[in-house]
Design a protein around this ligand. Structure first.
Ligand SMILES: C[S@@+](CC[C@H](N)C(=O)[O-])C[C@H]1O[C@@H](n2cnc3c(N)ncnc32)[C@H](O)[C@@H]1O
Length: 185
């Protein structure tokens, strides 16, 4: 059963510190720092002349910060449900870029972003909260409208395999990692 939007917002409002560590990423998944670094590296390598980036479900800004390590002159638009996380993201991302930082509190399923503007959309560990096919289609249509021609979308997230054995391995590793972290909260 997926959480309601209000439940998601409240959960993340109360969890700013856990999402503000670039070394661990969001920390619930052990593979996040590696995945985030690799995806940011690939995004930078393929879009060297990028200027405008849209980071949806930005949390405290980790994915933008990873990209800015390689492309430090970006204008970054940060969108999230959680105002405390957005405030933290702005205070971390601002000093990391020579460009402008814009924050927008809102739901990516309802947002209309500046059409045809962005070189890249970044989405880290947020799209798994989408529910219906209609929501997936609406969000990707909004990304498409937001991107300039030739722009790109960069995602890493929880992936649910339809193969039970693979799904079992992933869930076991995820559970072990959460157990290891249980005293952190
Ligand atoms: C697991 S955290 C990941 C944060 C960040 N991307 C990272 O990797 O560190 C998910 C983030 O997505 C945000 N979020 C979830 N659903 C959202 C929605 N519908 N619209 C905007 N933000 C959303 C949450 O508030 C939270 O900050």
């Amino acid at each position: 059963m997926k959480s309601t939007v209000e439940e998601i917002r409240q959960r993340f409002d109360a969890d700013v510190e856990r999402f503000s560590n670039l070394e661990t990423g969001q920390s619930a998944r052990a593979d996040v720092p590696l995945a985030m670094g690799l995806v940011a590296q690939a995004a930078a390598a393929t879009t060297l002349n990028a200027r405008l980036v849209l980071n949806v479900g930005c949390g405290a800004g980790n994915f933008s910060l990873k990209l800015l390590e390689r492309l430090p002159n970006l204008d970054v638009t940060l969108i999230d449900l959680s105002q405390p996380l957005l405030d933290r993201a702005a205070s971390r991302v601002g000093p990391a870029t020579t460009g402008r930082v814009t924050i927008v509190q809102g739901d990516i399923r309802e947002g209309e972003f500046l059409a045809g503007q962005f070189d890249m959309v970044l989405a880290a560990a947020v799209l798994h909260d989408l529910r219906t096919d209609q929501e997936w289609e609406a969000v990707f249509a909004a990304f498409h409208r937001a991107l300039r021609p030739g722009g790109s979308v960069w995602i890493f997230d929880l992936v649910e395999s339809s193969i039970p054995a693979i799904s079992g391995v992933m869930r076991q590793r995820y559970g072990e990692n959460l157990t290891r972290l249980k005293d952190e909260a």
